[in-house]
Design a protein around this ligand. Structure first.
Ligand SMILES: [Zn+2]
Length: 186
């Protein structure tokens, strides 16, 4: 099962302040609402933005939620192109570490792209492989997944954001390829 929330700017926002283009931490808002309404026991937050999801980390501490939220932020350990193959190889394992979660919130950042001025370790094809592996792994484990957009700062020759849109479109293409049936959608 999959759902898409085409909005972004979450993981640096803390309890009482925004930071780094993030006003509210909708990853944590979503997790807290799902928990408080009894819809889930455990939530996974899989953050594949280029940067450390430090706001999410502080909110998990603030709400004493580490027992039921499994948070993985790749920006804490994957920063350079020589790590790209290892990162991709580890994705099934990262998702499998969330096997006890009732839902995964997947933050599909565009700023790990190698040409991003604030990022830089994955090619366009590698980003696409990243998304394919996340969706395939979640589907194989039958864990529902909700994905959203995240950082992406490339400006094209016309001053537009076509490169960023292309990366987000590729995430959608991989989503549709893995979740091919209408019944896959929440
Ligand atoms: Zn970022």
């Amino acid at each position: 099962m999959v759902a898409v929330a085409p909005c972004s700017g979450f993981h640096h926002a803390k309890y009482a302040s925004g930071f780094g283009y993030c006003t509210f931490n909708a990853l944590m808002v979503t997790a807290m609402v799902l928990k408080q309404t009894g819809l889930v026991k455990n939530v996974g937050i899989l953050d594949f933005d280029m940067h450390d999801g430090d706001g999410t980390t502080t909110l998990i501490e603030h709400h004493d939620a580490s027992e039921w939220i499994t948070h993985y932020t790749a920006g804490r350990e994957y920063l350079a192109s020589y790590q790209a193959d290892e990162f991709l190889l580890r994705i099934p394992e990262m998702v499998a570490e969330m096997r006890d979660c009732d839902i995964i919130l997947y933050q599909a950042g565009a700023d790990p792209h190698i040409n991003d001025p604030l990022g830089g370790f994955l090619t366009t094809d590698q980003l696409r492989t990243r998304d394919k592996l996340v969706f395939e792994s979640a589907k194989a484990l039958a864990i529902p997944i909700v994905w959203n957009l995240a950082g992406g700062y490339q400006i094209d020759a016309n001053g537009g954001i076509s490169e960023v849109i292309n990366i987000h479109n590729n995430t959608m293409r991989e989503c549709v390829a893995v979740y091919a049936s209408p019944s896959d959608y929440m």
